[in-house]
Ligand binder design. Structure first.
Ligand SMILES: Cc1ncc(COP(=O)(O)O)c(C=O)c1O
Length: 375
């Protein structure tokens, strides 16, 4: 049987990984400044993560959501404490799209309405409602186009106000920092404005923190840079450091009923332990503080590169924008400099999404190799 060929691949086969280093089948090592697309938060095969998962695997890997699982309660407690979001309830699933799908569904249950407001250049995943709220017609099948979504330009107060005044929306969904779109962000003024308008119109505000959450932006969630309080927060990627975990935080004002949401795999024993291990390491090694500090260091180093147009992003969710497309540069960085970086819908943006464990020395290495490749 052949694989369904949907991924254009780099001709590289990593077989092991440690920290921010990948090793391929020939023993060649690479520095991972891409983190498997912002997934690796505490570093590949972090010893604490490996120990926690191994112990749990030896004890019990999975049972369904029909039994008591104290690990889910422990995780909810820990997540509330580390994130500072204590007034929320936790629902666990297994991916970012599934998190957003459930967030949108909750908004619709809550309001009895079905239209959604999303933003130009957004990416929220590939399931039915999540992909409809994604600003990319190419990946929306006719089936998905049945959902009614209004796309508003980011930071356009007037258009947003006009659209939400229609009164028929259940949700506004927004990435606190656009990931796939290329690191554009709502200004604090705009985020506060949409949060206020959502309240006025009884519309549910969903912060998509799938990529920007779990410390990547230099705060636990990126919306925390703006002092707003979303109704629902979606999470995935860095949450499990590679183990497929997703979830939503649902404000206490939403009251659940049995059967309202559900999943077979979400919140299983291994997934809970993977996320607990991530939270424990984030806290113990002060990785969120590290991300915030390294943002400044990275931006200072970037200021010396004359070919650069702009530096974008926050924490360790960063990007370098050039005048020309970076596809060839990314390939050359892998093959000549042994270094992984990320791309985005903005073809001129080179993305930097390493594990939050990196150091100033790693950033120096990155810039030394980038400069070599550019000269
Ligand atoms: C902001 C955002 N939301 C949702 C998703 C979808 O997540 P997943 O691929 O886990 O379904 C992504 C994936 O890149 C994302 O960046």
């Amino acid at each position: 049987m052949r694989l369904f060929d949907v991924y254009p691949l780099y001709d590289i086969t990593p077989v092991s990984a440690q920290g921010i280093e990948l090793t391929d089948e020939r023993g060649q090592t690479y520095l991972d400044f891409y983190g498997g697309h912002a997934v690796i938060s505490i570093g590949h095969s972090h010893p604490h993560y490996v120990t926690r998962l191994t112990e749990q695997l030896n004890q019990m890997a999975f049972y369904s959501n029909s039994i008591k699982n104290p690990l889910q309660l422990e995780l909810a407690e820990k997540l509330g404490a580390v994130s500072g979001c204590r007034d929320y309830q936790l629902f666990l699933c297994s991916s970012g799209a599934e998190a957003n799908e459930n967030a949108l569904k909750m908004a619709s249950f809550h309001t009895g309405k079905s239209k959604v407001i999303a933003f130009k250049n957004s990416f929220h995943g590939r399931t039915s409602a999540a992909v409809a709220a994604t600003d990319n017609p190419k990946i929306n099948a006719p089936l998905n186009r049945q959902q009614q979504v209004d796309f508003v330009p980011l930071n356009d107060f007037e258009t947003f106000e006009k659209v939400i005044a229609g009164g028929d929306h259940c949700a506004v969904i927004i990435e606190s920092i656009q990931g796939v779109g290329g690191l554009d962000e709502p200004t604090t003024e705009f985020y506060v404005f949409i949060a206020q308008k959502c309240k006025e119109h009884g519309v549910v505000l969903i912060a998509d923190e799938v990529q920007s959450g779990f410390g990547r932006s230099g705060k636990f969630f990126a919306f925390q840079h703006h002092g707003i309080e979303p109704d629902i927060i979606s999470m995935a990627k860095g949450m499990g450091n590679g183990f497929p975990v997703g979830g939503i935080l649902i404000h206490e004002k939403f009251k659940p009923w049995y059967g309202q949401l559900g999943t077979t795999f979400g919140g299983n024993h291994l997934a809970c332990v993977a996320t607990l291990a991530v939270l424990e390491v984030l806290e113990k090694e002060e990785l969120i503080e590290n991300a915030a500090q390294l943002e400044t260091y990275f931006k200072n180093r970037a200021a010396h590169i004359s070919a650069l147009k702009k530096v974008k992003g926050r924490g360790l969710m960063l990007g370098l924008e050039f005048d020309a497309e970076v596809g060839a540069l990314r390939k050359n960085l892998i093959h000549n400099q042994r270094l992984f970086t990320g791309g985005s819908a903005n073809k001129k943006l080179l993305r930097f999404l390493p594990a939050l464990t990196i150091t100033k020395e790693h950033i120096d290495l990155f810039f030394d190799k980038l400069i070599q490749e550019l000269s």
